[in-house]
Design a protein around this ligand. Structure first.
Ligand code: TYM
Length: 336
């Protein structure tokens, strides 16, 4: 078994356990993680160390960590096939991040779009962690010699800096890190807010009416979709530039039904926007309601979840500590 696992390419991704997740997280990342788990040797983390770059309520962070593990499983990640663990359970992440800090320039971090956005949003708490966030993310990815990283488009800049850091280190020493590739969904790499599709659908949007949370009930889902912006036209057609609202709804619909955009356009030819939005809401609810029930069932099985996390942390530590030790050797840290 070990041999077949090693032959597979390595895949890494992580999600922050902050607020409730949105269908943007599901479409942009989790759906792909589930789809790719058979083909790759997968490591999936709950990024609680990234989460504290914004102030968290401790009891909630603990609860959301376990809730995210249950959600991963409820969405279809199989702990027999992939390694699921909590980032803070593997100390190598913080250790490698420290080393990589010395290969990353302040100017590079200051230019990061997410840093600039979050600094504006949390002007009273522009802490070093917020700025250093991409370096920790680079450490996550590079520790596991990851070949591919399925994420939404908002993470592309972080993936690129990860590649730059890896190449920089490899050039100074000798090939040490695998230079990873980001994998972005063809449709749905940036799901927009339902009320303002030019903005990313976000866990922390000011107005939650534009965001579908993974734990919204059916009435709420249907109401939010009914109020989603479309346009003054009446044609259900995929054209992100001229019809951002309708195109966003089509992306969501195809992600939840597995249909292609063309199939969906044919299906809704001549159908009014009201009925179209109802159909999108129905498709989303049909998927989310059973996922919510399964997540609740799993959350009641804390020992089972803890068992998965313990095994996950052990497997992750084995891989991560081997990489860290190699890095320490190359940079000249005296090791016993
Ligand atoms: P996070 O928790 O903000 O989001 C988790 C994943 O969801 C994707 N995503 C979206 N995709 C499409 N449309 C949207 N509206 C949308 N909103 C979010 C994100 O791109 C992401 O893939 N820094 C990461 C977590 C992380 C990580 C890593 C990811 C930490 N270490 C290593 C990959 C590899 C983050 O904050 O994701």
């Amino acid at each position: 078994m070990e041999e077949t696992i090693q032959q597979k390419k390595r895949l890494y991704s992580a999600v922050q356990p902050t607020n409730a997740l949105t269908i943007g997280n599901y479409i942009g990342a989790i759906r792909n993680m589930v789809a790719m788990q058979d083909e790759y040797d997968c490591f999936f983390a709950v990024a609680n160390m990234h989460a504290i770059t914004v102030r968290q309520v401790p009891a909630q962070l603990r609860q959301k960590t376990l809730a995210l593990v249950a959600l991963y499983l409820a969405c279809g990640l199989d702990p027999e096939k992939c390694t699921i663990y909590v980032q803070s359970h593997v100390p190598c992440h913080a250790e490698l991040a420290w080393v990589l800090n010395t290969f990353t320039y302040v100017g590079e971090m200051e230019r990061m779009t997410q840093f600039k956005d979050k600094s504006a949003k949390h002007a009273d708490n522009i802490n070093m962690g917020l700025m250093d966030y991409p370096v920790l993310m680079a450490a996550d990815i590079l520790l596991y010699k990851s070949d591919v990283v399925p994420v939404g488009i908002d993470q592309r800049q972080h993936l690129e800096i990860t590649r730059d850091i890896a190449i920089r280190f490899n050039n100074i020493y000798s090939p040490t890190f695998v230079v990873p590739e980001g994998v972005y969904p063809k449709v749905g790499a940036k799901i927009g807010d339902l009320l303002d599709p030019s903005k990313k659908m976000s866990k922390s949007a000011e107005n939650p009416a534009g965001t579908i949370f993974m734990d919204d009930d059916k009435d709420v889902i249907m109401r939010k979709f009914r109020r989603a912006v479309t346009d003054s036209d009446s044609e259900v057609r995929y054209d992100p530039e001229n019809k951002p609202g309708v195109s966003n709804l089509l992306s969501i619909y195809t992600a939840f039904t597995g249909k292609s955009i063309e199939e969906a356009e044919r299906q809704f030819a001549g159908v009014g926007y009201g009925d179209f939005k109802t159909a999108v809401g129905e498709a989303v609810a049909a998927k989310l309601i059973p996922v919510q029930a399964e997540q609740a069932r799993l959350l009641a099985e804390k020992d089972y979840l803890n068992g998965i996390l313990k095994a996950g942390a052990e497997r992750a530590y084995k891989v991560a500590s081997a990489t860290l030790s190699k890095v320490y050797r190359k940079i000249g840290f005296y090791q016993l």
